[in-house]
Design a protein around this ligand. Structure first.
Ligand code: TYM
Length: 341
């Protein structure tokens, strides 16, 4: 009998718990994590990429707090472990094993070309460690371990996904079909949310000016204030055009949260000033972020539940990823130990 049931695609993504989650993280990635988890065409699995964060020096107590805070915030954004297991990367040793394997199939030249490595080694010039350099191999392993078809991320991760595809194809060309070749899944309007203060730079928690970045924990008042202070231009016309970086960014954010097209936004704000537009963008963002912040405040009180969720998710992740590790190791020539039943 022909199997007519469509095979579900596998979705994997991860986020670093390196401080408060931003509106950029949410609109660029987390919102798609939730949409995909709720779509019956996909089987989703997500991770908190804590191993990635130690490429930059962390203070132990702050790191522990950041991990739990980020876990609670991702759940508050809508990730539901009953639909999509959400685990902590370091709880699954297969990630470290696969990172080592892939390091041996990734070229020095390829890693040298990564813009994130160049940026971070400039920013942390006193600690350009080997982990910072081989970070993309760890990330490639994260994705390939689960045979992911799709990886929902923001545009800044595109280069890492390309490298993942190249390394997977190289490995497959030597050993046969071991890894699925994954694709990035990048949103249309909000793939690169920019700073509200320096709209030529990506919105990031490390923005020198705190007004540039909306944190998902910001109160409604703070969000409104940050949008009211957003940098614009002297034209005073709400339209999407080259050179209008501030307005383009506000339009992209507004389009992402309301679902309106740029033409509709231009029509709605025809003849109105930037003040009205900034207020509308602020209110639309508050409507989206406020219920998430309230859910976060509930989850963060319940450490027991968080622990139960990440423990259960890690068991699942270990089981699934062990199949890929075993297969890759056998193909390479390793001898595997005898397994108990
Ligand atoms: P991270 O933790 O920096 O960011 C998490 C996700 O948020 C997206 N993002 C943005 N999107 C739009 N506009 C912005 N201003 C913005 N800032 C961040 C990122 O693109 C990302 O999707 N290396 C990854 C984490 C990672 C990973 C993986 C991702 C580790 N392993 C495997 C996918 C698959 C990172 O540092 O993302």
């Amino acid at each position: 009998m022909e199997n007519t049931e469509k095979k579900k695609q596998i979705v994997f993504s991860a986020i670093q718990p390196s401080g408060t989650i931003t509106l950029g993280n949410y609109l660029g990635a987390l919102r798609n994590w939730v949409k995909m988890q709720d779509n019956p065409d996909y089987n989703c699995l997500y991770a908190l990429a804590d191993l990635h964060t130690i490429t930059v020096r962390q203070e132990p107590a702050a790191m522990r707090r950041n991990i739990i805070d980020a876990y609670a915030m991702v759940m508050a954004c809508g990730v539901d472990v009953d639909k999509a297991p959400f685990f902590i990367q370091s709880h699954n040793p297969n990630h470290s094993i696969m990172a080592w394997i892939l390091n041996c199939y990734t070229q020095f030249g390829e890693l040298s070309r990564m813009t994130q490595f160049k940026d971070k080694s400039q920013k942390h010039a006193d600690n350009i460690n080997a982990g910072l350099f081989t970070y993309p191999s760890l990330m490639a392993g994260d994705i390939l371990l689960y045979q992911a078809d799709k990886v929902p991320v923001g545009a800044d991760q595109k280069q890492h996904i390309e490298l993942t595809r190249d390394v997977a194809a190289r490995f497959n060309s030597i050993y046969g079909n071991v890894f699925k070749i994954p694709e990035g899944f990048i949103p249309k309007d909000s793939s690169r949310v920019m700073s509200l203060q320096t709209p030529t730079n990506k919105m990031s928690k490390s923005d020198e000016n705190a007004n540039g970045c909306i944190m998902m924990t910001d109160t409604d008042d703070v969000i409104m204030k940050k949008f009211k202070r957003a940098v614009t231009d002297s034209e005073m016309k709400v339209r999407y055009a080259e050179g209008k970086d501030g307005i383009n960014n506000l339009m992209a954010i507004y389009a992402a949260v309301t679902g309106l097209s740029y033409e509709e936004i231009e029509r709605d704000f025809d003849g109105k000033g930037y003040g009205d537009f900034k207020t509308a963008v602020g209110e639309a963002v508050v409507a989206e972020v406020s219920p998430i912040r309230k859910r976060y405040e509930e989850y963060i009180k319940d450490k027991k539940y968080i622990e139960e969720c990440y423990t259960r998710s890690a068991e699942f992740a270990i089981r699934i990823s062990s199949r890929t590790v075993d297969k890759a190791m056998k193909k390479i020539g390793f001898i595997l130990p005898k397994k108990d039943q």
